[in-house]
Write a protein that binds this ligand. Structure first.
Ligand code: ATP
Ligand code: MG
Length: 396
């Protein structure tokens, strides 16, 4: 994960004519309702501090009215803060003049809006190519690029239609194609998938993850849907009444919700589906890295362990049981450890979803070896680890 691309420092937003004047109330700790009834001003954001790293998918969640759109609109200065700083790639964006701001919006960030924001009198193709007009490409190149993104979002054939002729979900995909079409490194997506039906939505989620893997864009993604957040987010920020309640990796949010508000969000999540093995596994306890049956047996006896993982320079080799080695040693204890000395233990990938490995964990008496793509032992997963994480109500 890269360096910070967007840094938000002590950001406050109070909506209303005398925002600066009433900001003192916000700082004094008056609630959103109190401020509204006393001053007619709406609290948008209160003392937000966060930084978003290059190449990550950063998800913003929260109930309706919690300030998600307000926050993301500060990132490209569609909204000016009442107080505080928005720094993008080291530059305080409040210092940009009108011309610089226009170029910043065109080149650095593209945005997919909650409501599609398409130009009604432009065709679908022209809508997608629109964002490219500022760039030094020929018209032909721009249209070719736009066609390609339309194909990616599954809208080939609709190039010459007008937005009003498309369904809501299709319009949203045009908006997405338009945002992807620009070379902007930062993509701001405000409920970009909300109007899509579940099947297309899940396809678009996959596509976004894949695209991000290829293009390494920084993506800020707002959603109401925790499952979506857990699925695509590298980190998730949770807002309540304009305040940031928690920022963390999906597993952090699930396993250690900061308060009751977050706990309510995560309560109904199917953890077996949302958590991967690496978030639940423990360090591999008993590693053996000797050569022969006798040596392994001696080590296991000294350490008083029934089971151990055999690891050599090539990485993980297999699981050993003391009992089995004792039997083998009666024949030829000086033999080098080899395939037919290992237990029939299953290995699991650190990236596997818990749900996929539950059957194996329950069947095995010894912990499963967690082995990565390179064949290295990265941890162990026991029946207890799994049962505990699935049965425990959220820990605070
Ligand atoms: N232009 C505005 N003028 C006055 N109040 C505003 C304005 N924009 C937003 N607000 C207020 O700021 C608060 C946060 O609104 P915001 O649109 O950021 O919420 P949200 O989290 O995006 O909600 P939703 O999930 O419904 O889109 C709300 O109380 C809203 O009424
Ligand atoms: Mg919103």
């Amino acid at each position: 994960m890269g360096s910070p691309v967007i840094e938000i420092q002590s950001l406050y937003k109070l909506f209303g004519e005398h925002a600066k004047q009433h900001l003192a109330r916000v700082k004094a700790g008056d609630s959103k309702e109190e401020i509204l009834s006393a001053t007619g001003h709406t609290l948008g954001l209160k003392d937000i501090n966060l930084s978003i790293n290059a190449g990550e998918i950063f998800v913003i969640m929260g109930l309706s009215g919690s300030g998600k759109s307000t926050l993301i609109r500060h990132f490209n200065r569609l909204i000016d803060p009442t107080e505080g700083k928005v720094v993008v790639e080291g530059q305080d964006i409040m210092t940009l003049n009108a011309r610089q701001l226009r170029s910043f919006r065109q080149r650095k960030m593209s945005m997919v809006f909650q409501r599609f924001g398409l130009l009604p009198h432009y065709t679908v193709l022209d809508n997608v190519a629109f964002g490219l007009e500022a760039q030094s490409q020929s018209k032909q190149q721009r249209l070719a690029s736009a066609r390609q993104w339309l194909e990616t979002v599954g809208l080939s054939g609709y190039e010459d239609q007008y937005p009003a002729q498309l369904s809501g979900g299709q319009q949203q995909r045009v908006g997405l194609a338009r945002a992807l079409c620009t070379d902007a490194e930062i993509l701001l997506m405000d409920e970009a998938f909300s109007a899509l039906d579940p099947l297309i939505r899940s396809e678009m989620q996959d596509q976004l993850i894949e695209l991000q893997g290829q293009l390494k864009k920084t993506i800020v993604f707002i959603t109401h849907d925790l499952d979506e957040a857990l699925r695509i987010g590298d980190r998730i920020a949770i807002l309540r009444d304009g305040e940031l309640v928690q920022v963390g990796a999906p597993a952090d949010i699930l396993l250690h919700p900061a308060d009751d508000y977050v706990e309510k969000f995560v309560r109904d999540v199917n953890r077996a589906r949302a958590l991967t093995v690496n978030t639940v596994m423990q360090p591999a306890q008993h590693r053996i890295s000797v050569n022969t049956i006798n040596e392994a047996l001696a080590q296991m006896r000294t350490r008083q362990v029934d089971y151990a993982f055999y690891v050599n320079e090539q990485g993980y080799q297999g699981a050993l049981s003391q009992q089995r080695l004792a039997t083998l040693a009666q024949h030829d204890g000086s033999a080098e450890l080899a395939n037919d000395h290992y237990e029939e233990a299953v290995i699991v990938s650190p990236d596997a979803v818990l749900e996929e490995v539950i059957p194996q964990t329950l069947e095995q008496s010894m912990p499963l070896a967690v082995v990565d793509d390179e064949g290295q032992l990265t941890g162990q997963l026991s029946r207890d680890d799994v049962v505990q994480v699935l049965s425990r109500s959220a820990v605070k």
